[in-house]
Design a protein around this ligand. Sequence first.
Ligand SMILES: [Zn+2]
Ligand SMILES: [Zn+2]
Ligand SMILES: [Zn+2]
Length: 258
Amino acid sequence: MDTSVEEETDKGLRTLRSNNRASLPAPRSTNKPTSAVSEKLEKTLARRESELKRKIDKLNDEIAAASKREEEATKIIKERDDRTRSTAYEQLENNFTCALCYDIMACPWSLNHPACGHTFCAECILKWFFSGMHRACGTWHASLDCPICRSTLTHPRPTPPRPVLTFPFSPNRVADAALKDLIAVVAGKEKPKAKKKVRSLTKPGVTLPWEAWLLGGSAHTEWLARDDRGRFMVNEVAKGWQTMDYDLLVITKETLGV
Ligand SMILES: [Zn+2]
Ligand SMILES: [Zn+2]
Ligand SMILES: [Zn+2]
């Protein structure tokens, strides 16, 4: 490149730079403002900073208020849920307590007697029925009276075939559906969080009667197991009723532990 052109370019750039500097405010890092412009800028910046700070403070207050409202709403929802659970549990206790085990019924079946129709847990009613069977001969000697109203059932035929209509029990589907609905209300959809969480309705250490019925709770788990066992057993016995021989009757009695 030609030297003179280089010099000319340098000179031109220098002029451009010095002109620019004069029209621009001093950079903020300069401690001593050198002109009225930069002083004004400092003031503007300071004002904006304090405006921003006020806005941030206001926003923080709003966030705090919102989270307080949310906390209160959560508490109200929890109290409402607790009341719903408590009511459902009361209905379970009042209408679906088994007269044989005194627990909430699991898989309800009723006695087939025109004057009775009383309902018990499938497992309980089978235990009651098979406990009356004499192991040595596979027949019933004592009378089969409903544990509630004493209506007397006909003794089953000791040897197969047995007419299907002589099966002494039938499923109580209405009770079964109602039970499941109520149990689901008490249990909830989610497992409750860690125990250390302080309950709003009770003092620490005080438990509500339905708490063991929450999803994953001891009573709920135990009920599910009873429901499963009862359903399986009663269906097996119902299926085999017509053809069950002495051996099967005894095995059933043994399986039920009566
Ligand atoms: Zn029962
Ligand atoms: Zn009865
Ligand atoms: Zn006998």
